[in-house]
Design a protein around this ligand. Sequence first.
Ligand code: HEM
Length: 492
Amino acid sequence: MGVSELAWWLGLLLGAIPLLVQTIWYWNDVRSLVSLKLRSACGNNVKQGGGKLPPGHMGLPFLGETLGFLWYCKILRRPDDFIHSKRKRYGEGVGMYRTHLYGSPTILTCSPASNKFVLKSAEDFRIGWPAPELVGFSSLINAEGKQHARLKSFVVKAINQPQALRRIAHTVQPRVVSALHSWAEKGTINAVLETKKVTFENICKLFVSMDPSPVTDAIDQWFEGLVKGFRAYPINFPGSAAHHALKCRRKLTAVFREELEKRKGRKNEIHENSDLMDGLMQIKDEEGKQLTDDEVVDNIVSLVVGGYQSTALASMWALYHTSKSPEVLHKLREENMMISKEKKGEFITLDDISQMKYTAKVVEETIRLANISPTLFRVANRDVEYGGYRIPKDWQVVVWIRSLHTDPMNFDNPLSFNPDRWDQPAKPGTFQVFGWGHRICAGNMLARMQLTIILHHLALGYKWELLDPDAKMTHLPHQRPVDGAAMAFSVL
Ligand code: HEM
């Protein structure tokens, strides 16, 4: 090979390799830009004229930025830095970035205003997760428009309004008391597992009046399989998580359907107040219409999905943070012991709970730091314009609510556990732990009440100490200590 030929090959290599790397690195950006330009050229314009995509980087073919996201969550264990890195690189802007996650072009929103913009608009954005066949086609989580409003009013009335909460406060306390007693007998507990167990027992009692038995153990297993399917790739073949989740879903439907049929047989005994299933079977809307059988079953399943892990994790975080904050625990004990003296051994009621001002601040601070739903998912129904940028039709929108609660602009020293910060309300729009708009959590008051109840009984009679206060955190699928918040637990 002559010198000139060598130089030619060298030139080609030096020019072609960086070009190839650049092409791969910007593959998704280029692809998306080209396809959006073509759509615009075909007359599919944005609703109000905004044309360009928000700043960001969409990364490698297919993978997008998923590996980077996993790097921040799994390896660095600092999920917020995924957003910080974008803010640093592209500026605050309107709190919106483009990216590509889990195989889909994605818009990330992470400011109070941009989050609210997405969450409040039912017309422009639909629910993007979980899959309807898993959560149930007549589920509140899956319903849109009028049907959603109708189901929500049924569900909220059955679990989240004072009349229901009064009854629930009474029903859940015996199980909480006996669980704490059993923890003290064990001496050492894995708080993640134990809070899950007591939450599930209470859910079975509240929703379908079932006491712990091999049937409820099986139901628990099926729920676990179902929830795993929410996060799995939707490939349905024997052995896959999605396949198993569908099987679990069918079994859950069958067991709740059987329960429902049994109740129909004893129609006269059913009354609105006995448990959630009876409540849902009886409630009527303004036109006197009742829920169908599918709606009752799908919404029982959805409410377990919504309320089980979330309440269990929040209870675990209440134990975790109070064990690390002796001063908080001291004030908590003072307030709860005072209430208890007046009760003379009786369970607390919803009215007592409304008097427990300090405990309410501990609950709020626990939920803020727990970030149980760190992100919410939507899909754009059409091209939407926000702040001069375009959110293209059918793109995934990830509403990153977590970053609001860990941002020092919104909360002083945001990672410290400080219930007294709730002496002042949060700045408008910065506290979105239960979501926002028409899809705001249907069980937010129930969750707060259950946390208050467990804190009350803990503060009255027990002490607890983390075995490893510096245990590492895992963030996927949920934030929790890797050792399951192992702790020594005993009577006071
Ligand atoms: C600390 C505990 C909880 C947290 C942090 C939490 C958080 C949330 C969030 C962020 C949403 C909005 C989802 C979205 O917009 O996509 C939501 C919705 C929902 N939650 Fe909760 N939740 C909790 C407890 C509960 C409980 C106890 C229940 C019921 C037993 C429940 C039932 C639901 C339901 C049914 C929805 C769907 C509402 C709709 O689509 O209109 N949640 N929750």
